[in-house]
Design a protein around this ligand. Structure first.
Ligand SMILES: [Fe+2]
Length: 379
């Protein structure tokens, strides 16, 4: 294992970018390059801790690029891994929804994806599972508990989208979208939602069991789309210390006051606002009310977002990078990554700031992606 010596770039260390050298030996960042290390000339480039994405579900478009048109999970995972590395993402929590909906977000798709993941490992990046458990999916509770016990879930999200789906059933366009995703005629989808929602009284007990299992397994938990302080307090009481996509500024402020991580979407930052008309993430991040950005539904946005934040002029690139690396690492208990100190995991991304463009990714000390330009810079 000869290691790597990445020289001449601007390296992010101790919260600042400074010219220097970054060495990798074995799986880790090293104080000095080992004898025989390969050298990458990073002159004019940025050398940064790899991106950590705690919620990305763009793999759904690799599984089903058009409504109802499916591709095999193994192919979707290969495509996903390639796209993640091309965006500099070295640790990804794939946001896999475990819903009562048939089709893309069903238990059947979950099983197929888990089986394909087993086959695909080892992958060239650290691919983890963020299980987005839909509250009404009571029939899948036992399977989710088994997946937690079996170490297959690395982050548990409490999702509750059924009430908003119920509200939209009167809108033909919205109904057609949901029915299409589920592969059902609209009328059948409508009766399915109504049947599922009739069991809402069973949700609190199911949620308590899931939370207890995740806590026992040491799996971090997050709530999703909290609209009120009461909702945040409810999930906090279950041990969910991450607040994802809060729907009101007061909820984000309350989470921060409790020392919790607040997650919003990187696409929101890149597009200059929420696609759902919710709060704008960038100003909240500048005020410390958002601490983590996630790719949500678009991988490249995670790479783009810290540069977009820096262009706004209130945070430096080094500060903005915390939103996509150090903070998501801390929020998910990954103490071995998110910074470039000796002894940390060798997860590094080399970026041309013009773009930005990823030229190379190192994962656990190994070159996981070297573009042609990176290869021309090998010495
Ligand atoms: Fe949501």
């Amino acid at each position: 294992m000869p290691g790597w010596d990445i020289t001449g770039g601007l390296v992010l260390r101790g919260g600042a970018l400074a010219s220097g050298e970054l060495a990798l030996a074995g799986r880790e960042i090293a104080a000095a390059a080992p004898a025989g290390a390969r050298r990458l000339d990073a002159g004019g480039l940025l050398v940064l801790p790899g991106l950590i994405d705690i919620h990305g579900d763009a793999h759904e478009r690799a599984l089903q690029p058009r409504p109802g048109i499916g591709f095999p999970p193994a192919l979707a995972l290969r495509d996903t891994a390639a796209q993640l590395l091309a965006s500099g993402i070295t640790t990804a929590f794939l946001g896999v929804t475990l819903s009562w909906e048939p089709g893309l977000r069903s238990l059947a798709t979950w099983r197929a994806l888990m089986a394909a993941l087993d086959e695909a490992r080892p992958l060239p990046l650290d691919l983890r599972i963020h299980c987005r458990f839909e509250a009404d999916n009571l029939d899948a509770l036992d399977e989710a508990l088994a997946a937690i016990a079996g170490g297959r879930i690395h982050l548990l999200g409490f999702n509750d989208h059924t009430p908003s789906i119920l509200k939209k059933l009167g809108n033909a366009k919205e109904l057609a979208k949901y029915a299409g995703r589920a592969g059902l005629p609209p009328d059948e989808f409508r009766s399915l939602v109504e049947r599922v929602a009739a069991r809402r009284a069973e949700i609190p007990a199911a949620r308590a069991r899931l939370a207890a299992a995740a806590a026992a397994a040491g799996i971090p938990m997050l709530s999703h789309d909290d609209a009120t302080l009461e909702e945040r307090a409810h999930y906090r009481s279950h041990g969910a210390r991450l607040c994802e996509f809060p729907m009101a500024e007061a909820v984000a402020a309350d989470a921060r006051a409790h020392g919790e991580a607040v997650v919003m979407g990187a696409p929101n930052v890149v597009r200059g606002g929420s696609h759902l008309g919710w709060a704008s993430a960038a100003p909240l991040a500048e005020r410390g009310l958002v601490t983590v950005l996630a790719s949500d539904y678009h991988w490249p946005a995670l790479l783009e977002a810290p540069f977009a934040m820096a262009r706004r002029g209130r945070l430096s690139l080094a500060e903005a990078w915390s939103l996509v690396s150090a903070n998501p690492a801390a929020a998910t208990g990954l103490t071995d990554r998110g910074a470039l100190h000796p002894g940390m995991r060798g997860d590094v991304v080399v970026i041309d700031p013009a773009g930005p463009r990823v030229l190379a990714c190192f994962v656990a000390g190994e070159a996981a992606l070297l573009t042609g330009e990176a290869i021309r810079r090998l010495r």
